[in-house]
Design a binder for this molecule. Structure first.
Ligand code: PLP
Length: 379
């Protein structure tokens, strides 16, 4: 067994020379506190990349989701439908507005929202006279949800869609970019995401009214007059110009970073090809390949995802389980949920492997070596 001094991380930030240049230039320009030209350019460049007219840079993806929901008018007494298989931030943003999240299960093949369940839930809630303010769709692990079906399904009930594209920048769905679906979308630039500003996010929308409501809320809802006037409760959600500079450098490198992640996924696909009872979660060629996840059927493989996780952990390789579904979280005990069992099965049988674009060749090789060793030991 090889012992390593360093853990091979799941998805580490991939920053280098270009990022250093951009951040230094921003510092030297004097635009440190906190607005500035990099911020405006970053918003413009991301909006252009995704193909939407409006972008508001904020200090987290969670803040972007919160503003999207506020922009739609979510508040106390409203219901917002949220996938149960997601990171907790999706549901937290709903709770921040005072609305109540109702969870919906996923398609076992992709991990994304199950549209048939969603349709049934919308009909049910309508029958009860509930005020369903929005449906949040999450592009899980960088693969777009099925908007071809989700958008008409929600249209039928007049319910807007908010796209949680935190994990999906660079992904596409039938040629359209992640972040461009629904009434508003949120991106995350957290340190582990496909590209990073250290911490940050962005609200995207084509809706003029929504952006006019949401943008001031990101900076304490200060009215554009000199004497500090506020007609709303706002938030301190703005991204700083220095971090926007980091984001601009990352955006230049986004396609290359996606290619690296795609190549990593390809290596895992080869390593597990022909291994009975193991598949990759989602086989969407237009995904950004943010994280590669295997799903293990222990009846067929003779081992559990957890066994491989332990084998890799003692060799210094970081893995993660699939998201623990929201309806199983202590904080959401008693929340309503439309379930089919898929999210729970993925939580038990899924394993996310090191997928970062900063992985070096010798690192990916040693992960593959450890996996082969594990599989050989089980034959
Ligand atoms: C990361 C993430 C968020 C939150 O983004 P932050 O920038 O960490 O606040 C929201 N939703 C999903 C699905 C995420 O993966």
């Amino acid at each position: 067994m090889i012992t390593r001094s360093r853990t091979i991380p799941l998805s580490a930030p991939d920053v280098g020379r270009l990022e250093q240049e951009y951040v230094l230039a921003a510092l030297r320009s004097g635009w440190v506190a906190p607005s500035g030209p990099d911020l405006d350019l970053f918003e413009r460049e991301v909006a252009d990349r995704v193909g939407v007219p409006h972008a508001v840079a904020v200090n987290s993806g969670t803040a972007a989701l919160h503003l999207a929901l506020l922009g739609i008018g979510a508040g106390p007494g409203d219901v917002v439908i949220v996938p149960t298989l997601t990171f907790v931030a999706s549901a937290n943003a709903v709770v921040y507005t005072g609305a109540t999240p109702v969870f919906v299960d996923c398609d076992p093949a992709t991990g994304n929202l199950d549209v048939d369940l969603l349709a049934g839930l919308l009909a049910e809630l309508d029958g009860e006279g509930a005020s369903v303010r929005a449906v949040m769709a999450v592009d899980v692990y960088g693969s777009c949800a099925d908007y071809d079906r989700i958008l008409p399904c929600c249209d039928r009930w007049g319910v807007p869609v908010v796209e949680d594209a935190a994990e999906a920048l660079g992904a596409k769905h039938h040629g359209r970019a992640a972040g461009s679906f629904g009434k508003a979308a949120a991106l995350s630039f957290n340190g582990n995401k496909i590209m990073t500003t250290s911490g940050g996010g962005m609200l995207l929308t084509a809706d003029d009214d929504l952006v006019h409501r949401a943008r001031p809320l990101a900076s304490q809802a200060r009215l554009p007059v000199e004497h500090y006037e506020h007609a709303d409760i706002g938030y301190n959600y703005r991204l700083s110009n220095v971090l926007a500079a980091l984001g601009r450098a990352q955006l230049c490198r986004l396609d290359g970073m996606i290619e690296r992640r795609r190549a990593v996924r390809e290596r895992y696909a080869q390593a597990f090809a022909g291994v009975d009872g193991v598949r990759l979660l989602g086989e969407d060629p237009a995904a950004n390949c943010w994280l590669t996840t295997i799903v293990v059927d222990p009846e067929r493989s003779g081992w559990r995802a957890r066994d491989l996780a332990v084998h890799l952990a003692v060799r210094g390789v970081e893995t993660r389980p699939v998201f623990n579904p929201m309806h199983l979280q202590p904080v959401f005990t008693g929340a309503r949920a439309a379930l089919n069992g898929a999210a729970e099965r993925l939580f038990h049988n899924g394993l996310t492997l090191p997928s970062g674009s900063a992985l070096e060749e010798h690192e990916i090789r040693s992960v593959l070596h450890d996996i082969t060793e594990f599989l050989d030991g089980r034959r």
